[in-house]
Ligand binder design. Structure first.
Ligand code: HEC
Length: 131
């Protein structure tokens, strides 16, 4: 409603030419926003790998080979989307016994300070690495 009022008053106050320029500028802005959204959709994997590096997951994990912890591709092969809540909890609290006796330290503690939202994002990314 407010927008309609503004649109009407602008239509009355400014000549048509001016309004056209305005809508052209708006189209340009929309186009730029769409490109930005497109880029974000093309590169989510890189963004989450960067988070995994920032949160030091990659000191114990690699995507395609076992390091101290299992390869993320092996984790992806073992689990499905319905396991995301349990794996999120495991990333936060740590634990052992699934891949061997070496434990994963609780990542919610310092120096990692991983939040629940970050853990969920990381687990979702890991499960997307299926072979
Ligand atoms: C100190 C080394 C270390 C760090 C740091 C580490 N992990 Fe792990 N991770 C392990 C080990 C060891 C295992 C295997 C645990 C087991 O056998 O139950 C594991 C297992 C996992 C699993 C599989 C869990 C399961 O029950 O199958 C996921 C998912 C995982 N890590 C994600 C992460 C993420 C995400 C981070 C960063 C926030 C991270 N890890 C940081 C060592 C580590």
């Amino acid at each position: 409603m407010a927008f309609a009022l503004e649109y009407c008053s602008q239509h009355l106050l400014y000549p048509n030419q001016k309004l056209n320029e305005r809508s052209k500028a708006m189209k340009k802005a929309h186009f730029a926003a769409m490109i930005a959204a497109g880029l974000l959709m093309t590169f989510p994997a890189q963004a989450d790998e960067a988070l995994a590096k920032a949160k030091l997951c990659m000191t114990c994990h690699k995507t395609d080979a076992k390091l101290i912890g299992p390869a993320y591709k092996d984790v992806a092969a073992k689990y499905k989307a319905s396991d995301i809540p349990a794996l999120t909890k495991k990333v936060l609290d740590g634990g052992s016994g699934v891949w061997g006796q070496v434990p994963m330290a609780p990542n919610k503690n310092p120096p990692y300070n991983v939040t629940e939202a970050e853990a969920k994002k990381l687990v979702t990314w890991i499960l997307s690495l299926k072979k």
